[in-house]
Write a protein that binds this ligand. Structure first.
Ligand SMILES: Cc1cc2nc3c(=O)[nH]c(=O)nc-3n(C[C@H](O)[C@H](O)[C@H](O)COP(=O)(O)O)c2cc1C
Ligand code: SF4
Length: 409
């Protein structure tokens, strides 16, 4: 963990240090009031206020269920795996506090299926059992390495023995989730902040970050930087500072992907001025999402990178709803053909029609998130794509920048 420049320093880090398991004895109402005062918002992507979500679960009938979501299906994100290996006890403290607030009888720790993450989770749970710090027993469940395995209804399906794919809604999981019970699904980083707030108080939490989105956040910075990795920084940090902490630029940049594969591209001339909060980014159609930042070097072919990701997103859908069965594969195929300068006129017409078939039509947010990625690529890389029309890509061939795993069915 590196301290930030410009007078903002997370040293020692709030989240990525190493904590002992702690039993928090406060009453549920006081804990919930502290979360409300803290202004904590979810760190899993949507940024929803945590206390409001908990009240939604509390409004349903007992018994209730709590899940720590560490699936991290987003290939460009490493922050949840890093957190679970570095400091699983703070996540588990937060899980117990969540269970106490909503009066849950069962809790689940749902983690990415990676050996280091699983062994850190097993060790941490054994340590807590030996010290008898927990009220609520925690079951460990692994998430397959797939893009949709962390969507909240996929999470609920998997922990109840089904496949990790989204199911149609309503009811939403907070109304009737695992075993038909009201279920709180909270990202593991969000729960680590819950653990921090219970130890240090809402005011200390709010000391960093803007009033609209207080606290720190874990950012995964990769692409053309010298030291890619996970950085804890206050929400609202400038992108330039984040890149500096990630070792600085390793190549001249052309664009930055913010928020991952459901996020959006922005050109470097805009990105270099940005601050990483939703308040600053939303007017530009951007969001911090789950803190993914990928810097694309000037010698990478943006349209080719985007086409690879679109094919991946199409392959990773659960294949249950029309937009995913017909729309996403067609979108990926037409964009790939356009990038390869094949039947360009026909594919441009197709790409103009397809978004209407996708928008707000999925059983989950996957088609809309993929469409957002596509639209931003279409805009930001338009000039470069125009050069493809005059023949082949003028850039030298190089290794792909964005990680695209092989889809396993
Ligand atoms: C396709 C898809 C994949 C998702 N993957 C994850 C994930 O890997 N981890 C995660 O915490 N949330 C993921 N989410 C968001 C969850 O549905 C849910 O909103 C989140 O876990 C809530 O946590 P938070 O309120 O603490 O942010 C995903 C959503 C979608 C639509
Ligand atoms: S929209 Fe796609 S990913 Fe979401 S539930 Fe339907 S088929 Fe599955």
């Amino acid at each position: 963990m590196t301290a930030l420049v410009d007078g903002v320093c997370i040293d020692p880090p709030r989240l990525l240090g190493c904590h002992e398991p702690t039993s928090i004895d406060d009453a549920p109402e006081r804990l919930l009031a502290a979360l409300e005062e803290s202004g904590l918002t979810g760190r899993g992507g949507a940024g929803f206020p945590t206390h409001i979500k908990m009240r939604g679960v509390l409004a349903g009938p007992a018994p209730r269920i709590v899940v720590a979501n560490g699936a991290e299906g987003e290939p460009a994100s490493q922050k949840d795996k890093t957190l679970l290996v570095a400091n699983p006890q703070l996540v588990l403290d937060g899980l117990q506090i969540g269970a106490r607030i909503v009066g849950a009888e069962r809790a689940f720790l749902y983690v990415h299926d990676a050996p280091d993450v699983i062994s850190a989770a097993i060790r941490a749970l054994a340590e807590r059992r030996a010290k008898a710090v927990d009220d609520c027993d925690v079951a460990l469940v692994t998430a397959p390495a797939a893009f949709v395995s962390g969507e909240e209804s996929s999470v609920v399906s998997r922990i109840t023995g089904g496949p990790a794919v989204p199911r149609s809604k309503p009811p939403r999981v907070f109304e009737a989730g695992a075993f038909g019970r009201p279920t709180l699904v909270q990202n593991v980083e969000t729960l680590a902040h819950v653990g921090y707030i219970a130890r240090h108080g809402a005011q200390e939490f709010r000391r960093l970050g803007p009033a609209s989105q207080p606290g720190t956040m874990l950012f995964t910075v990769s692409g053309s930087v010298h030291a890619p990795g996970v950085i804890e920084a206050p929400v609202g940090v400038s992108l330039a500072e984040l890149i500096e902490v990630a070792g600085g630029l390793s190549a001249h940049p052309q664009a930055v992907l913010l928020g991952g594969y459901h996020g959006a591209w922005t050109p470097w001339r805009v990105a270099r001025e940005l601050r990483m909060s939703n308040e600053a980014l939303r007017p530009l159609g951007l969001s911090v999402g789950a803190g993914v930042v990928v810097v694309l070097p000037a010698d990478a072919c943006g349209p080719a990178e985007a086409a690879r990701v679109l094919r991946y997103l199409a392959d990773e859908s659960a294949g249950q709803c029309g937009p995913c069965v017909f729309g996403l594969p067609a979108l990926a195929a037409s964009y790939t053909e356009l990038v390869g300068n094949r039947s360009a006129g026909r594919h441009r017409r197709r790409l103009a029609e397809l978004p209407m078939m996708l928008e707000r039509r999925g059983g989950c947010h996957h088609p809309d998130g993929s469409l957002r990625f596509f639209r931003s690529a279409e805009g930001v890389f338009a000039d470069h794509l125009a050069t493809h029309r005059r023949g082949r890509c003028p850039l030298p061939r190089r290794e792909p920048v964005l990680p695209v795993p092989v889809t396993v069915r």
